[in-house]
Design a protein around this ligand. Structure first.
Ligand SMILES: CC(=O)SCCNC(=O)CCNC(=O)[C@H](O)C(C)(C)COP(=O)(O)OP(=O)(O)OC[C@H]1O[C@@H](n2cnc3c(N)ncnc32)[C@H](O)[C@@H]1OP(=O)(O)O
Ligand SMILES: O=CC(=O)O
Ligand SMILES: [Mg+2]
Length: 542
């Protein structure tokens, strides 16, 4: 049998390793990562190549439809996903947030049912953020995460059961360049999943939960199959019964919406349902059909959850999940508390309340909040309209969604200069924060993260590409877009703190809004800006 030392041949760590990281980057954990990489990276790369081929097909005007080759899965009424796992039966309000220590403690102390610790949309994947995030989650599962920051003590509450922890690793497209295996960077997904699983799987069971995950940004059921294979190998490796892991899949790409049944089917013994990742979903619709002028959308504020394509996606997701006995989770309203303006705050909170009411009435089993102060509103709405732990029994047999419904871009609204400026401010503001290592920021009283910023970026690209007209009759062309960008960037740079990164953000953004270059993701475009690789150190000699 191979020894840990021999497995670690070819495994290098290029990121800075502090004393506090050593409990995470153990030889055994790194050997497990190497096994995951060697077993699954070739398939991951093939699936990413498949995404590129699919894009070329969409660019030729081929529209997606339900897959003929998997009709037997959709039409078979007999199969079900796994029954809800311990700690996941009632998940009516889930808080989400990045994994810095303060946020972890605050999230676990919130009045919610679960906490999605986010290594994805709300985290900038600096090495420091990713590895410290693992330390914080390790400590959280062992209930040893208390700490002091200045005069303030952050302590886990003991007056009630803490929310169930669910971890969202990065998507399949992202590399983690600070660890290489046989000369290749490891996948961000395998790194995040692997370290969390290796160190916490049994601990989570001990506290009455399990190793639970949210799985982001998938584009097909084959990508779900890859996760399922990863789960099986991981459980076998530590002799944990298969089916202990659970994964809730974010349906947040338009192509995945055509494969909801198939995605649950692939993961079925590990499935804990689907979630409406609404922001990435809007991003994906714009991105995938960016070369098709029929998919041009109005100002971002007009693309609400009730426009036809969003409404169809929500209904299909709930119907599909409940037919298969798994949770249909709602998503994130972007409003956050506004501290110094009661009237504005009341309006924002009414917006959150209306969103949660729509979700519970539609049949969702739970929802997301971005901030602890929103938990009460979401709880009140769900408690009132969902007296049972979930509403898996709401079958939505009334719903009939066709491919045309999912692609119905009949969205009322116009494109305005104000909408363009808002998108520019969001894109610049978010990118500026991200290159400083901050993955989620409030901008104009809305939560902005990697998904919401992508909507803004992609709209700007699409509007310039297709030379749309604004409500007051201006044609959006490259010169106009770049003039407004310069105005916004100069203003933000002048107002921002000394040493801000708006100039850098603007240089990157200029290349993304003229309808020419289009990076696959802002996060892959900017990743080298936050990568700090030192000379490789062999994992066996850390
Ligand atoms: C599209 C998607 O993927 S949605 C999912 C990903 N996005 C998210 O998870 C959003 C997470 N939310 C956040 O990061 C933050 O709420 C922000 C950036 C939007 C706003 O943060 P702030 O401006 O710091 O908010 P604010 O000052 O009101 O925070 C008050 C307190 O609540 C805490 N807090 C705010 N949001 C959260 C959260 N999501 N989880 C835990 N604690 C939180 C803050 O740490 C702060 O704590 P302190 O009093 O101990 O210092
Ligand atoms: O991850 C959630 C989203 O809305 O995107
Ligand atoms: Mg998302």
């Amino acid at each position: 049998m191979a020894t840990t030392d021999s497995i670690l041949q070819g495994v290098n760590v290029l990121g800075k390793v502090d004393e506090s990281h050593r409990k995470i980057l153990t030889p055994d954990a790194l050997a497990f990562l190497a096994l995951l990489h060697r077993s699954f990276n070739p398939t991951r790369k093939a699936l990413l190549e498949r995404r590129r081929l699919r894009q070329a097909e969409l660019d030729r005007g081929v529209l997606p439809t339900f897959l003929p080759e998997t009709r037997h899965i959709r039409e078979n009424d007999a199969w079900r996903g796994a029954p809800p796992a311990p700690g996941l039966v009632d998940r009516r309000v889930e808080i989400t947030g990045p994994t810095d220590r303060k946020m972890v403690v605050n999230a676990l102390n919130s009045d919610v049912w679960t906490y999605m610790a986010d290594l994805e949309d709300s985290s900038a994947p600096t090495w420091e953020n990713m590895i410290n995030g693992q330390v914080n989650l390790y400590d959280a599962n062992r209930r040893q995460v208390d700490f002091k920051q200045g005069p303030k003590e952050y302590k886990l509450r003991t007056d009630r059961k803490l929310p169930t922890l669910i971890v969202r690793p990065r998507g399949w497209h992202l590399d983690e360049k600070h660890v290489t295996v046989d000369g290749e960077p490891i996948s961000g997904s395998l790194f995040d999943f692997g370290l969390y699983f290796f160190h916490n799987a049994f601990e989570t069971v001990k506290i009455g939960q399990g190793p639970y995950f949210y799985l982001p940004k998938m584009e097909s059921h084959l990508e779900a199959r890859l996760w399922n294979d990863v789960f099986n190998l991981a459980q076998d490796y530590i002799s944990m019964p298969r089916g202990t892991i659970r994964g809730t899949v974010l349906i947040e790409t338009i192509l995945a919406a055509f494969e909801m049944d198939e995605i649950i089917y692939e993961l079925r013994d590990h499935s804990s349902g689907l979630n409406c990742g609404r922001w990435d979903y809007i991003f994906s619709v714009i991105k995938k059909f960016r070369n098709n002028k029929d998919f041009v959308l109005p100002d971002r504020s007009a693309v609400t959850m009730t426009v036809p394509f969003m409404d169809a996606y929500v209904k299909l997701l709930i119907q599909t999940c409940h037919r298969r006995g798994v949770h249909a989770m709602g998503g994130m309203a972007a409003q956050i508390p506004i501290k110094d303006d009661k009237a504005a705050n009341d309006k924002a909170m009414d917006g959150v309340r209306a969103d949660k009411l729509r979700e519970v009435r539609a049949g969702h089993d739970g929802t997301w909040v971005a901030h602890p102060a929103l938990a009460t509103i979401a709880t009140e709405v769900f408690n009132k309209h969902m007296p049972t732990p979930n509403q898996l029994f709401v079958r939505r047999e009334d719903v009939q969604i066709s491919p045309n419904d999912l692609l119905n871009m009949n969205v009322p609204g116009v494109i305005t200069e104000d909408g363009i400026r808002k998108n520019l401010n969001i894109g610049l503001g978010y990118m500026e924060a991200w290159v400083r290592g901050v993955g989620c920021v409030p901008i104009n009283f809305l939560m902005e993260d990697a998904a919401t910023a992508e909507v803004s970026r992609s709209q700007l690209w699409q509007w310039t590409k297709h030379g749309v007209s604004t409500a007051d009759g201006r044609t959006v062309d490259k010169a106009y877009a770049l003039r407004l960008l310069k105005e916004c960037a100069d203003e933000l740079a002048a107002k921002g703190p000394k040493g801000n990164k708006f100039k850098l953000a603007s240089q990157y953004f200029a290349g993304q809004i003229t309808g020419e270059d289009y990076a696959d993701f802002l996060t892959t475009l900017l990743y080298d800006e936050i990568t700090q690789v030192g000379s490789p150190r062999s994992a066996s000699k850390l």
